[in-house]
Design a protein around this ligand. Structure first.
Ligand code: NAP
Ligand code: ZN
Ligand code: ZN
Length: 350
């Protein structure tokens, strides 16, 4: 099926209209008309080939909210007309140990990511959500709480789960002190989710202009990460810190803020290695780890949690014709706090 989309044809050319082919829905597939798609910084990293390995044309987008158009004969969870979500994964082997533990993102045979991943159906690569529709096996389609604004729900599919999963894994709970480094798409969701879990939340930002917003978003305290005196006041005090910065920066200034047995989890992906001074880990038995999105079961749990707590993203809704400008603004840190594409605008594209 011919499907309108926006694609990058190289690492240095802007995204532009592109007609892609979607498969006809199979027995277990859900065909979704895409209504909204969030713009994740990973889209920019991939389109600009900052992580290497991008196949062009590249159609990004993994924060998808849409309406079900049709379902295959064996689909049980969805019917035409339902609202559905698709995140960063569209398939996995479903039988390996990690898949059996609902950690499809770590599938031992290689998870199928929503874009720029080998696609067993087409023989090419997967194409993401900057498009008018998508066809996905129902096992990888999420149910969306009915009480949430749809456009503002789209970013939960990546920014939401990527922050929820490590907060849960590291047992963040009422009364704990939690730091969030970087107030962008992931960071602002981290603040909302950590707050809803009952934590005392401290935001570390390099941007003076975001201090008031951080408090409005629910942070209890905000620290300018370049202010050494302000940083010192928090030495040895955090149970958990989530670092969302996707560029080279000094993580040791955060490691020393952890209390004994505290953990710093890195989710921002810098293209250069980050240096760890191991004495910061050894003294205090602190740990440093990473986390990758979340499995399907946990993503559904996160959506339900957001439904119960009325949590969505703070968004700037844009037509797809403004996506290249949005990328440039994202790189400058000028986003409050997630761009979401209104996919109705794609109908105007040639
Ligand atoms: P974003 O909206 O651009 O937010 C990143 C924030 O980091 C910025 O707003 C900024 O906050 C801070 N920052 C400081 N220095 C920076 C620099 N030189 N370049 C960029 N940001 C800088 O990005 P995002 O969508 O939240 O994604 C953040 C990172 O997480 C990206 O690397 C993305 O690829 C990665 N990611 C990882 C996963 C995963 O599963 N691990 C999932 C999704 C995304 P302040 O102004 O407050 O300092
Ligand atoms: Zn993402
Ligand atoms: Zn697997």
């Amino acid at each position: 099926m011919k499907t309108k989309s926006y694609a990058a044809n190289s690492a240095t050319t802007p995204l532009a209209p592109f007609n892609l082919e979607r498969r006809a829905p199979g027995e277990h597939d859900v065909q979704i008309e895409i209504l909204f798609c969030g713009v994740c910084h990973s889209d920019v990293h991939t389109v600009r080939n900052e992580w290497q390995g991008t196949t062009y044309p590249c159609v990004p987008g993994h924060e998808i909210i849409g309406r079900v158009i049709s379902v295959g004969a064996h689909v049980k969870k969805f019917k035409a007309g339902d609202i559905a979500g698709v995140g960063c994964l569209v398939d996995s082997c479903r039988t390996c140990g990690n898949c059996e533990e609902h950690l499809e993102q770590f599938c031992e045979k290689g998870a199928t990511f929503t874009y720029n991943a080998p696609d067993k159906h087409s023989g090419g690569v997967t194409f993401g959500g900057y498009s008018e529709s998508i066809v996905v096996d129902e096992a990888f389609v999420l149910q969306v709480p009915k009480n949430l604004d749809l456009a503002a729900t789209a970013p939960l599919l990546c920014a939401g789960i990527t922050t929820y999963s490590p907060l849960r894994y590291h047992g963040v709970t009422k009364g704990q002190k939690v730091g969030i480094v970087g107030l962008g798409g992931l960071g602002h969701m981290g603040v909302k989710l950590a707050k809803a879990l009952g934590a005392h939340v401290v935001v570390f930002t390099a941007s003076l202009s975001k201090v008031e917003d951080a408090l409005r978003l629910g942070a209890d305290e905000v620290v300018q990460s370049k202010d050494e005196d302000a940083m010192k006041k928090h030495l040895n005090s955090f149970n958990f810190i989530l670092d969302t910065v996707g560029a080279k920066h000094d993580i040791n200034v955060y490691l020393v803020l952890l209390r004994r047995d505290g953990n710093l989890t890195q989710v921002g992906v810098a293209s250069e290695p980050l240096e760890v001074d191991v004495t910061n880990l050894i003294f205090g038995r602190r740990s440093f780890s990473g986390s990758l999105i979340g499995g399907l079961k946990e993503t559904q749990e996160m959506l339900d949690f957001c439904g119960q707590h009325n949590i969505t993203s703070d968004i700037e809704l844009i037509p797809i014709q403004q996506v290249n400008e949005a990328y440039d603004r994202l790189v400058k840190g000028d986003v409050k706090y997630r761009f979401v594409i209104d996919m109705a605008s794609l109908k105007q594209a040639k």
